[in-house]
Design a protein around this ligand. Structure first.
Ligand code: C5P
Length: 411
């Protein structure tokens, strides 16, 4: 809840029904620790009042370049110099067109033009009818805005206020918040493809029953989010869990260990990094029934026998690419005791450069965790923290090891 501490955001509202989402976005930014200065165009004030935005941001709203509150009467300079980012949400088609032409006939467009380009990023959340979004003029404008250095966020898809359905609605407040938080993360894995397994597997006993475990998938999903935030392309192979897919992550749902192996293998071919957080079932019933096993009234119970599942991590880690150093494999070990010794032994047994130990019963289902990183040079502790914070730190550790290995290759 403090991913934006110390950040000052100028939140610009332009004319569009999505202004109602800007109210929620303003709260969300503040909840994450940002300070928010709202600036509204005249059109935005047709959709939401400055009273609402003032109350939510706890600051008076600016809407005029002639604002007498500024001693030097230069709000466009003062507001843009203070900002860590200017976020236009919603950004109408008309305002986008103004931005790229360098128009400056109202305070918001004026302060965007006046911002120091190399210090104050411009983030744009478009919002418009689907025909307007698909129009060649808008397509051109988006491309030109990006070429000019602005970050243009995606649009959502679905029902629109006008009654039509399609692309062009503004993203939801939480989605935009995630994008803003990600924007501020350094892009240390840009150009890398990260493959992650997460969650438990489900091994069928019969068509309605099966064996699984208590893994919630939260750690793997947090790593997927953290890797995406720092610029990686991320594929997340997930066992049965009830978690939302992190923004920008490609998710592949699987059930059994063999199913997970098949899809993980298929996606490993163009991956650079593999992080195996899944709690894969070590065994599956060898005699899974085709039909539901029924009670027969005799009081006898069915006998289950088991067969060992493939080890996904060991399989990928033994590939030619992994052994030659082109595919960096990271394992997890959920232990109940003697974490260091077990983690060190497991790293060697799996043949991987980095193994992350955690205490299983203390982490399954929780929002926080504590990690122990074990590699060839020793062990590093990451004390208890939220899973997303630990995931971000782990991603930094992985990126540093890959960069080091890259420089050793060059020597
Ligand atoms: O041997 P153990 O199950 O403790 O190893 C844990 C590590 O190996 C985790 O990274 C887990 O995702 C991975 N693993 C796997 N396939 C298995 C068993 C474990 O990928 N069948």
């Amino acid at each position: 809840m403090n991913d934006l501490v110390g950040k000052h955001i100028v939140l610009g509202l332009t004319g569009g029904i999505a202004c109602y989402k800007a109210a929620e976005l303003c709260r969300a930014l503040i909840r994450e620790g940002a300070t928010v200065q709202v600036v509204m165009t005249a059109a935005a004030q047709q959709f939401i009042t400055s009273v609402t935005m003032q109350a939510l941001s706890n600051r008076t709203v600016y809407d005029s370049q002639w604002d007498v509150r500024e001693p030097n009467n230069m709000p466009h300079i003062n507001l843009s110099r203070e900002a860590d980012a200017i976020l236009i949400a919603p950004c109408s088609a008309d305002f986008m067109s103004k931005l790229l032409h360098g128009s400056a006939d109202d305070l918001l467009s004026l302060l965007c033009l006046a911002r120091p380009l190399d210090q104050v990023p411009l983030l744009v959340a478009p919002a418009m009818n689907r025909e307007m979004w698909a129009h060649p003029a808008t397509v051109r404008n988006v491309a030109q805005l990006r070429a000019d250095g602005a970050v243009v966020f995606d649009v959502g898809s679905g029902d629109q206020a006008c009654g039509e359905s399609g692309d062009g609605r503004m993203l939801e407040a939480q989605e935009l918040l995630d994008d803003v938080i990600a924007f501020f993360q350094p892009k240390i894995l840009s150009g890398q493809h990260v493959l992650i397994t997460a969650g438990p597997t489900y091994e069928a006993i019969d068509p309605v029953r099966g064996i699984t475990n208590l893994s919630s998938g939260k750690m793997g999903f947090a790593i997927a989010r953290a890797a995406r935030e720092v610029g990686a392309e991320v594929t997340l192979v997930a066992g049965p869990v009830h978690l939302p897919t992190p923004r920008g992550v490609t998710r592949i749902d699987v059930t059994s260990a063999r199913n997970m192996l098949e899809l993980t293998l298929a996606h490993s071919r163009n991956a650079d990094i593999f992080v195996a957080t899944a709690a894969v079932a070590d065994w599956r019933p060898s005699n899974a029934a085709e039909q539901k096993i029924k009670k027969n009234g005799s009081g006898t119970s069915p006998t289950l026998s088991f067969i060992e599942n493939p080890d996904i991590l060991a399989t990928l880690a033994s590939s030619q690419r992994a052994r030659s150093g082109d595919f960096y494999c990271v394992g997890f070990a959920a232990e109940s005791h003697e974490l260091l010794a077990n983690a060190q032994a497991k790293r060697l047994r799996k043949g991987i450069p980095l193994l992350v130990g955690n205490i299983g019963p203390a982490t399954f289902g929780q929002d926080d965790n504590a990690l122990l990183l074990v590699d060839e040079s020793g062990a590093t502790e990451m004390p208890r923290d939220s899973k997303i914070t630990l995931a971000r730190k782990l991603v930094v550790e992985i990126a540093a090891r890959i960069a080091k290995r890259g420089s050793q290759h060059e020597d």
